[in-house]
Design a binder for this molecule. Structure first.
Ligand SMILES: [Zn+2]
Length: 256
């Protein structure tokens, strides 16, 4: 666990382990223990296996990854995430397709995934999340973040009020999928947080189980091969039910 973090510039990569921990951690919620590396590598393997299944012809595959990944950037882990497993799945799919899209519906902004692909036009990143002015990850997630350089126009943030219920959330996902359709990728990665659920202890949005079912239905209805990667979802009996609802929607594709 880091207790010192670099700020400002110029900066020099240090020798001290605790200082290096600070260099590579965005906050104190991604501590590294003796088994962390093995765990995050297994999570990445799981996401790659799902990508392989989709490349082999499956219409969709779900990867139950732990720890999750979408808050991790190229060099900095944060927010309970170590390796960015959704980005790894996207990179794996990118080996077979010219264009890949990542749609993040976790209630938190997918800031790590955004950062990794921010200057690229071959991976479109989209995030539907609770507005971040007073919600993690705070410093990113705003609508004006649209990409840079070759990636300009290839990042779409759809921040939403924390009072958001099913109909507005589904409409935002629908808007995201319209942008994905315009991009015409060969495959889609879905960063599936279940923490937008109304009973989630982090209270980011007010989505019901039926909302998750509709989201699954809508995403599968896009007709794109989909690698679904588990992201957030916190201590309560509800994530399992939300997952079951989402996957029931995936298996009955339609208009949401
Ligand atoms: Zn989350």
């Amino acid at each position: 666990m880091a207790n010192v973090f670099p700020r400002g510039a110029p900066l020099t990569y240090p020798d001290s382990v605790v200082a290096r921990a600070g260099w590579h951690m965005g906050d104190t919620s991604a501590p590294i223990g003796p088994e962390s590396w093995q765990a995050t590598c297994r999570a990445a393997d799981c996401a790659v296996a799902a990508a392989e299944a989709v490349l082999a012809g499956a219409p969709a595959a779900y990867a139950l990854c732990r720890p999750p990944g979408h808050h991790t950037g190229a060099e900095v882990a944060a927010g309970h995430c170590l390796l960015n497993v959704s980005a790894i799945a996207a990179a794996h799919l990118r080996g077979a397709h010219d264009r890949v899209a990542v749609l993040d519906i976790d209630v938190h902004h997918g800031n790590g995934t955004q950062e990794i692909f921010y200057d690229r036009s071959d991976v479109l990143t989209l995030s539907v999340h609770a507005e971040t002015r007073a919600y993690y990850p705070f410093f990113t997630g705003y609508a004006e973040e649209t990409g840079t350089g070759a990636g300009a126009g290839f990042n779409l943030n759809l921040p939403m009020p924390r009072t958001t219920r099913d109909d507005a959330w589904i409409a935002a996902i629908e808007a995201g999928l319209a942008r994905v359709a315009d991009f015409a990728p060969g495959a889609l990665v879905v960063s599936l947080g279940l923490d937008a659920h109304e009973n989630d202890p982090l209270q980011g949005m007010k989505i019901t189980f039926d909302g998750f079912r509709r989201a699954g239905r809508l995403i599968a209805g896009s007709g794109l091969p989909a690698v679904i990667v588990q992201e957030g979802g916190y201590l309560s009996p509800d994530p399992a039910t939300a997952l079951e609802a989402f996957l029931s929607g995936v298996m009955a594709p339609g208009a949401g």
